[in-house]
Design a binder for this molecule. Structure first.
Ligand SMILES: *Cc1c(COP(=O)(O)O)cnc(C)c1O
Length: 404
């Protein structure tokens, strides 16, 4: 993994030069586009944002509809599409180890959309390749998986097979995993979508795919893996450089990363990455008014979000990213060290910045006072701490003082 850090000036210069390559709404006669700059009566920002690249992108309001990593796309916003292409390239090639020319991707609205997109294209792939029915496809995943997997199952009419985990390790029970595959096979399921977590929302736990693939080989006629790195995508690959939770694994078809979580981009910014051979299966040639057509779920979307990802990645560089994540890991280590000292139990993946405490270990009042996240509203079993950038050592100290 390597890309250089650019100076603030270089980042700004590049963004403005790409914005200038777009056909802008003010200086051209654009009679046919159903879009324009931000409403200037309500948002009179022009003068304020003049030398600020992200805010200028926001006001200029380019539309990034479609997928830009491959084939044609809308010419009006070519300039900033290029920044999206470069942001996707860094995520796919440098962070997620895809080979040049063998991936596609786009900046999605968030992790939910990217997860649905990953399952959608696999569903269509199986249907196309094997002429199978929906009943012959199932999604297998741990019970700790984000609820977007159930949205995907519901929208795409696919059954979901949630697998129990061990209470303490949060690892899927292997015999439950095997039994679920066996039962599904007996009921006629032939094709499996393994929805693997690279950092669950509540625990930061990671489903090591190599533990489960032998069973998928055994019971499935075919299977592919979607990795949900919505939370972990911008920390786990930086703290665990040897990880195989990426495209270096030959059965990984797609990966979700959220830029609006660990990358600190504005909300509405997820990332979808796909092995190239799969992205055609959501392609619709009915999007006849969009140049290059469209294989994404969402349609029109803000180019400013893509530009924010490009800016953040290039401002830090890979080394800056590694150092940023390392710093969070050290603070998380410190929290765990303090919890050990006062004999409070917890779950933590050592490469992640999430610490999850069983509800019987600390009082609910304290969990509320320090705004920990509960695994459920009624009768919680777990409270979660996420060591984000704003969680400093003095906050951890205050929390530990309060609970001991
Ligand atoms: C947050 C999260 C999602 C959903 O992402 P949104 O961006 O909120 O749609 C999916 N999976 C995991 C593991 C998450 O943490």
């Amino acid at each position: 993994m390597f890309w250089p850090a650019l100076t603030e000036e270089a980042v700004s210069k590049r963004v403005f030069s790409c914005l200038e390559k777009n056909i802008n709404f003010r200086d051209n006669i654009l009679l046919g586009i159903p879009g324009t700059h931000l409403d200037e009566r309500v948002f009179p920002l022009e003068d304020l944002v003049r030398d600020k690249p992200f805010l200028s992108s926001f006001v200029a309001n380019p539309n990034h509809i479609g997928m830009h990593t491959d084939g044609d796309s809308e010419v009006f916003f070519n300039g900033t599409h290029q920044l999206e292409v470069e942001a996707i390239q860094l995520c796919a090639q440098e962070i997620m180890r895809a080979k040049a020319g063998e991936y596609n991707g786009y900046i999605a609205s968030g992790g939910t959309e990217a997860n649905i997109q990953g399952i959608w294209q696999l569903r269509n792939y199986f249907q196309h390749k094997y002429k199978c029915s929906l009943a012959e496809i199932a999604i297998i995943h741990s019970v700790d998986t984000h609820y977007s997997v159930y949205k995907a199952g519901n929208l795409l009419s696919l059954k979901t097979l949630p697998i129990d985990v061990h209470f303490e390790t949060r690892e899927m029970d292997i015999s439950c995993f095997e039994l679920a595959l066996k039962k599904a096979k007996e009921q006629g399921v032939k094709y499996f979508i393994f929805f693997a977590n690279m950092g669950t929302t509540m625990f930061g736990s990671v489903d090591e795919i190599s533990t489960f693939t032998p069973f998928l080989e055994k019971y499935g006629d075919d299977y592919w893996i979607h990795i949900d790195g919505a939370f972990g995508g911008f920390i786990y690959p930086f703290t665990h450089l040897e990880s195989k939770m990426n495209f270096s694994h030959p059965k990984v078809s797609s990966i979700t990363m959220d830029a609006h979580k660990m990358l600190q981009a504005p909300y509405g910014t997820g990332i979808f990455l796909s092995r190239k051979i799969f992205s055609d299966f959501t392609f619709t040639d009915k999007a006849s008014y969009v140049k290059g057509n469209d294989s994404t779920l969402c349609g029109s979307r803000s180019g400013a979000n893509a530009i924010s990802v490009w800016m953040i990645l290039n401002s830090y560089g890979s080394q800056g990213g590694i150092e940023f994540c390392q710093e969070l890991i050290e603070r998380t280590d410190f929290l765990c060290y303090c919890l050990d000292k006062i004999k409070v139990k917890y779950f933590r993946n050592p490469y992640m910045n999430i610490v999850t405490i069983p509800a019987d270990q600390i009082s609910e009042d304290m969990a509320r006072k320090y705004h920990l996240v509960f695994d459920r509203v009624e009768k919680p079993q777990w409270f979660k701490v996420v060591v984000m950038d704003h969680v400093k050592v003095e906050h951890i100290d205050a929390f530990i003082d309060a609970i001991c």
